[in-house]
Write a protein that binds this ligand. Structure first.
Ligand code: SME
Length: 148
């Protein structure tokens, strides 16, 4: 599954260093490729907080402070977080009441926080270590497309 996704992202971002179209196309690929997903997209760090970036799915909350919710926690700790049941995650921000599980991967370029990749599912426990690792490959590929 992720080999195919990484290949698609590789092909569609080939030769393009602008972040916005690369993230927009990746959100589309993830949303349409991954089963049982109701939101796939990005929040970008503006040096103060996370701000909504390109995504597929229902409209989402626009600003998330570092350390808040799953996205803000993953950004602050710079670590991938897999949440089996969002109702059990302290401070989870419910953008879509249908979401039950979530995975968030930080985007780091040249040692700096760029933002996070966030994927949500209406199913409990939808995301595994395989998803975390696959999405980390996608995040690393996207960061490698940015100018050095
Ligand atoms: N649930 C996230 C907020 C972003 S939306 O799911 C798109 C969180 O707790 O950080």
């Amino acid at each position: 599954m992720y080999d195919k996704i990484v290949l698609s992202v590789e092909q569609i971002t080939e030769g393009e260093s602008n972040l916005v179209p690369n993230l927009a196309n990746t959100a589309s690929i993830l949303y349409h490729s991954l089963p049982n997903v109701n939101w796939a997209g990005f929040y970008l760090y503006d040096n103060t907080e996370l701000v909504l970036g390109p995504f597929h799915g229902s409209p989402a909350c626009i600003r998330i402070a570092l350390g808040r919710g799953v996205c803000g926690t993953a950004a602050q700790k710079r670590t991938t977080i897999v949440v089996e049941d969002v109702h059990e995650f302290p401070g989870h921000i419910a953008c879509d009441a249908n979401s039950r599980s979530e995975v968030v991967v930080p985007l780091i370029h040249a040692g700096k926080l760029v933002g996070v990749l966030d994927v949500d599912s209406p199913l409990l426990g939808r995301f595994t270590q395989e998803d975390a690792e696959g999405l980390e490959r996608v995040a690393a590929l996207l960061m490698s497309r940015m100018p050095q």
